[in-house]
Design a protein around this ligand. Structure first.
Ligand code: GDP
Ligand code: MG
Length: 246
């Protein structure tokens, strides 16, 4: 495998209407990359579509899980698969086209040019760059970041963003099997764990587009989980000397 190879990990739950466009635009970037989908038994033919692509088994890979096991464990499964191989860069991306593949080369360049371990595609660097969200959702997301800043005090503006690229060393420094969060707080916890390892995290401005097809799979329960998990993570990091060890 090439030394600089990229793995893009994409969790999917009923994204059949979105992934053809997503796959096409990611592959059109012409980068040396593979995509790993983690599908939680979608009922709309998502996995079948992936398997029917000519690139399947070459540039497109798929882990099929028996049911909705959550976003966090999906990423962890994808990362562990990639870390067992020789990928150098690991992207996290949603499967609903909210994270435009056009930012991938820029985020990657930014990571390579810096001494950071992670670049976050950030919605709140230049004001607010989110398209088509209801006002309430925008307010919740914005204040979630303010809340996280207050509790965890890490130098990241958009800590809940799920559009991220990690350098292999940074990602492999995180004890992935010990990550506590499975929903929105997964994004926060990953960044906090890096921050606690003194890994530099930098932000790249992106415009986030709300999905056009399908619907959100993350519930109010997941939002609430994130609210409490942030405090829990903070407490654990203060009380347990081993919480961030492999
Ligand atoms: N494999 C898997 N994917 C999930 C799960 N929950 C959400 N996703 C995927 O994660 C991405 C983000 O979820 P989405 O529903 O768009 O969340 P939102 O953007 O916060 O509304 C999408 O690609 C979903 O299909 C899950 O439990 N398992
Ligand atoms: Mg979405």
């Amino acid at each position: 495998m090439e030394k600089e190879k990229i793995l893009i990990v994409i969790p999917t739950l009923n994204e059949r209407e979105n992934i053809p466009r997503l796959i096409k635009s990611v592959l059109a970037l012409g980068l040396d990359l593979d995509i790993m989908f983690i599908d939680d038994n979608s009922t709309d033919g998502t996995a079948e579509f992936i398997k029917s692509c000519p690139e399947y088994g070459k540039q497109l890979f798929l882990i099929e899980r028996p049911g909705k096991l959550g976003l966090g464990t999906a990423y962890v499964d994808g990362f562990l698969w990639g870390l067992a191989k020789e990928y150098k860069y690991f992207f996290e991306m949603d499967g609903d086209m909210s994270h435009s593949p056009e930012y991938v080369p820029g985020m990657l360049q930014y990571l390579k040019r810096s001494n950071a371990g992670c670049v976050v595609g950030s919605r709140y660097v230049n004001g607010v760059s989110v398209i088509n969200w209801p006002l309430l959702r925008l307010i919740i997301s914005y204040f979630a970041n303010v809340y996280v800043k207050l509790i965890l005090n890490m130098p990241v503006i958009d800590s809940t963003s799920g559009f991220v690229v990690y350098d292999r060393d940074a990602l492999s420094s995180i004890p992935l099997q010990r990550v506590l969060s499975n929903g929105y707080s997964f994004q926060i916890e990953m960044k906090f764990r890096l921050y606690k390892k003194h890994t530099r995290i930098i932000e790249f401005p992106i415009i986030f587009y709300e999905r056009v097809s399908g619907r959100s799979k993350l519930s109010k329960k997941v939002t609430l989980e994130a609210f409490f998990k942030v405090v829990f993570i903070k407490l654990l990091s203060l009380l347990s000397l081993t919480w961030n060890l492999k």
